[in-house]
Ligand binder design. Structure first.
Ligand code: 6PG
Length: 223
């Protein structure tokens, strides 16, 4: 496994601007082809700048269908929920077709329900991913049981990153998309990028190991 096609940027602002432009292009193309655009948003802090830029762009929001790659099992109003963090960016202001993972329910039930929600949208037009400093992506962590059965939507227990319970699209579901883009910035990611480049089967490396994936990364993180 080696790094897929990548584009590097001097800083996180340039990265966010390029990501927003690319998402705009993919959205316009999908809408031109079939009248709608499905996007799976990444959680965490890295993509928030890009979401803020997108929110200010004149896009065809009514044709967007927005999903999540993972969610943290917390009360629905908790500001640490991924969908709450996205809401703060303004990206969801004009979006009617917004599909939150019901992670306030029992984890297994939430996973099952979300699998039904996404079923008719597969393959997604675009899946965005982030990467944690241990090489996790969505809520797929290194040395966790997800890899034994990589399909569907799963309940994740004992996550090393809080909160310990999460819901995540699993590998094959994240890969079931026309475009898969990982946004990677922050100095704490350097070691994981090095491990990935050296062929370590980190979760991010496994999910991105497809022909349609690409990385947008801060230059300083490259080996
Ligand atoms: C989450 C995420 C997770 C995230 C990475 C990167 O719920 O925490 O979905 O996979 O994308 O941990 O997070 P940062 O961008 O905050 O470093």
């Amino acid at each position: 496994m080696s790094l897929p096609k990548l584009q590097s940027f001097a800083d996180s602002q340039l990265l966010a601007a390029h990501a927003a432009q690319t998402i705009q292009q993919i959205a316009e193309q999908a809408i031109a082809e079939k009248g709608q655009f499905s996007i799976v948003l990444a959680g965490g802090t890295t993509p928030l700048q890009c979401y803020e830029l997108l929110a200010k762009m004149p896009l065809e929001w009514t044709k967007w269908h927005v999903f999540y790659g993972d969610e943290r099992c917390l009360p629905v109003q908790d500001q640490q929920r991924n969908h709450q963090m996205v809401m703060q960016t303004g990206l969801l202001n004009n979006i009617k077709n917004h599909f939150v993972i019901p992670a306030e329910l029992a984890a297994d039930e939430a996973a099952q329900q979300y699998a039904q929600v996404i079923a008719s949208y597969l393959p997604f037009d675009l899946v965005l991913l982030g990467m944690g400093q241990d090489g996790h992506t969505a809520s797929l962590f290194p040395n966790h049981p997800w890899a034994q059965n990589p399909d569907g939507v799963i309940a994740v227990a004992n996550s090393p990153k809080p909160p310990p319970e999460r819901i995540s699209l699993n590998k094959s579901t994240l890969q079931n998309s026309k475009h898969l883009i990982a946004l990677i910035s922050g100095n704490d990611k350097k070691q994981a990028v090095m491990q990935w480049a050296n062929g370590n089967a980190l979760p991010i490396a496994q999910v991105m190991n497809t022909a349609h994936s690409s990385i947008m990364i801060e230059k300083a993180l490259l080996p």
